[in-house]
Design a protein. Structure first.
Length: 115
């Protein structure tokens, strides 16, 4: 994320691919247990639990400022861990431990992880 004081990008390491894979697995568990689509949950949780990011779009005659949710790709490893913790509290479910998922089946047809 950008520093709230100076606006510069953080030099801290961004979330890892393993964190992201666990996140999407968590979303698939939420989808299986609630019926809410994982992609929809991703968008909803970002908009609900991450701070807004302000962007400015400049045109020839006008300038537009809008708020959009942060992308999870912009979170540091610690921020991403905090985000997962917020999701757990928000949905009332624990994020699965990757070591406990042997034999997990998401139920989606042709899922490369489950076939």
């Amino acid at each position: 994320m950008n520093c709230p004081l100076c606006g510069r990008k953080s030099q801290k390491p961004l979330r890892s691919l393993n964190q992201n894979a666990l996140y999407w697995l968590f979303l698939s568990v939420i989808e299986r247990d609630t019926g809410n689509n994982a992609r929809t949950m991703h968008d909803y949780l970002r908009a609900t639990l991450l701070p807004p990011k302000h962007i400015v779009i400049r045109g020839k005659n006008a300038q537009h400022e809008v708020e959009v949710p942060y992308s999870t790709t912009e979170l540091t490893k610690n921020e991403f861990s905090d985000y997962i913790t917020k999701i757990e509290a928000h949905v009332g479910m624990a994020c699965p431990d990757p070591h406990d998922l042997e034999g997990y089946y998401c139920g989606k047809k042709n899922c490369p992880r489950c076939v």
